[in-house]
Ligand binder design. Structure first.
Ligand SMILES: [Zn+2]
Length: 316
């Protein structure tokens, strides 16, 4: 007969035995008893199955927790991406709205039937070129002047009626006038070309506007013009192109092509000097008089009549 007392002792130890945490001595004692006692072996089996079940339950719980944690991780990464995208989208939208409203303002400014535009361009050799454009009630005059230390020289004066096919060129110095007719004049006299202003040309094209929004960075400044303007900057591989836009009129004040002018030592490709290409713009509204756009009496000039068409140009 088995000792009932021994069974009790062994059974108390069985859970720890199954868990493998008994010391060597107790383990031997238990194993010895198990080899002789059927009842305790049965008990052990129960305990082992119980532990197994518990373990697999724990494993399932653990797996579940891991899954949840992974899901949370993915969720927070996605959320971060969405937030980043939203921030970029809002910034982009903000920029697009700014550009769009500037272009609309420029469009409005240019709807005037009386405007004066002056473009100043600093040339090499200590010269500055000034283009003066007068526009009033569909009549147009265009004057180019070159300034230097020797004074001012009027290069060329042009007259035209909007959308006509005739353009009059007056060379003051030579007392010569050329009356040019043809489709080339017609293109030049197109209202969009007469009222051409850089930057706002994309105002009717949504894709171009979106492109502009992508390409340019925008900064605000007030320095040296006394009025607020935006600096639009476009960096390409070789140079930086800047355009300053008046906030009020939407029209450009200044264009700068940084490092746009390179001078080389004669006969070499060695750089002697690098300069910025700068054009400044000035606009005035409702100041052009009829006199400004009136074609002068040409009887004092040698007059030459010329027909110029696209197809003739191609033949040459
Ligand atoms: Zn026993």
């Amino acid at each position: 007969m088995k000792n009932k007392k021994e069974c009790e002792i062994v059974q108390d130890l069985l859970v720890n035995y199954a868990d493998g945490i008994l010391n060597q001595e107790s383990k031997k004692l238990v194993e010895k008893h198990l080899s002789e006692c059927e009842e305790c072996r049965e008990k052990l089996k129960f305990i082992q199955e119980d532990i197994k079940e518990k373990n697999s339950k724990e494993q399932i719980e653990l797996d579940y927790l891991k899954k949840i944690r992974l899901k949370t991780k993915i969720k927070s990464i996605l959320l971060a991406l969405v937030i980043i995208f939203l921030i970029f989208f809002i910034l982009f939208l903000n920029k697009f709205i700014k550009i769009n409203s500037l272009m609309n303002r420029a469009e409005k400014s240019l709807q005037s039937s009386n405007f004066y535009k002056e473009t100043t361009e600093i040339l090499f050799d200590n010269q500055t070129k000034i283009k003066k454009e007068y526009f009033k009630d569909n009549k147009y005059k265009f004057v180019t002047e070159i300034y230097s230390d020797d004074g001012v020289e009027t290069n060329l004066i042009e007259y035209a009626d909007i959308d006509s096919d005739e353009r009059i060129y007056i060379y003051e110095k030579d007392k010569k006038a050329v009356i040019e007719k043809g489709d080339i004049s017609e293109i030049k006299n197109d209202i969009n070309n007469i009222k051409y202003v850089p930057f706002i040309t994309d105002r009717d094209n949504l894709f171009a506007k979106v492109g502009t929004t992508f390409v340019y960075s925008i900064n605000t400044d007030t320095f040296d013009y006394g009025k607020e303007y935006y600096i639009f900057k476009n960096k390409t591989e070789n140079n930086i192109w800047e355009i300053w836009i008046d906030k009020e009129t939407g029209l450009p004040i200044k264009e700068i092509n940084r490092g746009g002018n390179k001078i080389f030592f004669t006969g070499t490709n060695v750089i002697k000097e690098v300069r910025d290409n700068i054009q400044e713009y000035k606009y005035e509204f409702n100041k052009v008089t009829d006199e400004d756009v009136h074609v002068p009496d040409l009887s004092n000039y040698t007059v030459e009549n010329k027909i110029m068409n696209m197809k003739d140009m191609v033949k040459k």
